[in-house]
Design a protein around this ligand. Structure first.
Ligand SMILES: NC(=O)c1ccc[n+]([C@@H]2O[C@H](COP(=O)([O-])OP(=O)(O)OC[C@H]3O[C@@H](n4cnc5c(N)ncnc54)[C@H](O)[C@@H]3O)[C@@H](O)[C@H]2O)c1
Length: 391
């Protein structure tokens, strides 16, 4: 049996492929086109944590974890012929689809990047599900990391999946994945809708894993060796909010909160996100023809709490972190109290492995070793690096 992990060179995909491989004798095949490495270079930045190339990673996995069932193929999932051959040759019984251009700010730079992002993400997903259909592999469990961003920021508690809609006295549950607020996030809204169609028309069992903002530098398996580390980005385009704040703190910058910063965003640790995906891949064959939505989130945290936690934990690492409030340049509700249901996801992972505070400890433990790299790129905390940013 083969488990395919797309985006296997990425922040989440690599540790996921590694964890799955340590827990099964089945073949685990990671696939990636290394585009993320290029995008970060394009915006003039670099992963704070040095990331080994795949041959070194695989060698380390063999040496350190006795993993001999993990291999890698380089290729672009937007190319139909590549995806066809990939599935025909390897006949995966499970696909963990974690390949995407995942940055909202990158997708917002200009029309070219919006196009690129939407084409890349949606074409890759369509190629995969259509190849499953056309190669008679519709029993394959298809698991995708979509995003909690598909829900937007509604005033009601976010359900784990559809919402109940009422019109003229009649009620029904409807999927509501189209409230995303960026050209990137909307790719996942479209994917969620396409996955629903793929389940309905082809009978493919689908797990739509709506993943929250993911924090942390390590998983149990990556701690063991420097060659096994996953990437950590801190620039304006690819550093997610908690990560960028931590890097700013390490470089001696104040952590900047726009406006009140009371709005809550959904978060999950890398350790828990990887565990959820590994369990789905190994233990949870979803029912044929059905979509199961998992809200891969452990808590919604306000921006101001994030900043304060970073400042407090920073003390333990001799970092003097100031929290500053600036006028909000964005049009957003600074007090939005997001509530999000996650019962199905919590059932899946059992207990949360790492809360935000411990995640920040991990991040500081790692980043303080790479202070020079961050300081050398500290102008990348802000936008305006690309010549055509103004477009
Ligand atoms: N990191 C987060 O906070 C977060 C939050 C919500 C959802 N997600 C989702 O989780 C998944 C993984 O995100 P990540 O943070 O690891 O991002 P990442 O960029 O580190 O990983 C994605 C990987 O996919 C690869 N890739 C992209 N397009 C490809 C293509 N056409 N063919 C082959 N490979 C391709 C990239 O090279 C990269 O290595 C994505 O689907 C993302 O949208 C991430």
């Amino acid at each position: 049996m083969t488990i395919l992990v797309t985006g296997g060179d990425g922040y989440i995909g690599w540790p996921t492929a590694l964890r799955i491989a340590t827990r099964t004798d089945d073949r685990v095949l990671a696939v990636d086109n290394f585009a993320r490495r290029d995008w970060v270079e394009e915006v003039g930045s670099v992963s704070a944590v040095p990331v080994a190339w795949m041959d070194e990673r695989l060698e380390a996995a063999r040496e350190v974890h006795d993993v001999h069932n993990l291999s890698f193929v380089q290729g672009d999932l937007t190319e139909r012929s590549f995806v066809d051959e990939l599935l025909e040759v390897h006949e995966p019984e499970t696909v963990v689809h974690a390949a995407a251009q995942p940055s909202a700010p990158y997708s917002q730079i200009n029309g070219e990047r919006a196009n690129y992002t939407q084409h890349n993400n949606m074409q890759a997903t369509r190629n995969l599900v259509w190849a499953l259909e056309e190669h008679d592999m519709t029993d394959t469990h298809f698991i995708e990391t979509t995003t909690t961003g598909v829900y937007g920021a509604p005033e009601f508690p976010i359900p784990e999946g559809g919402a109940v809609m009422e019109n003229q006295g009649e009620r029904d549950e409807v999927p509501f994945p189209a409230m995303a607020g960026s050209w990137y996030h909307l790719t996942k809204s479209h994917d969620a809708a396409n996955l629903r169609l793929a389940a309905q028309q082809f009978g493919i069992p689908i797990s739509d894993v709506r993943t929250a903002i993911t924090y942390g530098t390590e998983t149990e398996e990556t701690r063991a060796d420097d060659r096994l580390k996953t990437r950590f980005d801190f620039d304006y385009y690819f550093g997610t909010v908690g990560h960028r704040f931590c890097a700013q703190a390490v470089a001696g910058y104040p952590v900047t909160v726009y406006g009140k910063g009371e709005q809550r965003k959904p978060f999950i640790s890398l350790e828990d996100a990887v565990e959820g995906l590994a369990r789905l891949a190994l233990e949870y064959p979803d029912p044929a023809g059905e979509v199961t939505v998992y809200n891969q989130v452990t808590r919604a945290i306000s921006i101001v709490e994030i900043a304060e936690t970073i400042a407090e934990v920073g003390d333990e690492y001799d970092l003097d972190v100031a929290v500053e409030h600036f006028e909000n340049p964005r049009d957003e509700d600074e007090t939005h109290k997001m509530e999000i249901e996650n019962d199905r996801y919590v059932d899946l992972i059992g207990e949360q492995a790492q809360d935000f505070e411990d995640g920040v400890r991990d991040i500081f433990g790692t980043l303080t070793q790479y202070r020079e790299t961050i300081e050398a790129h500290e102008d990348r905390f802000l936008p305006g690096v690309l010549e055509d940013d103004e477009d």
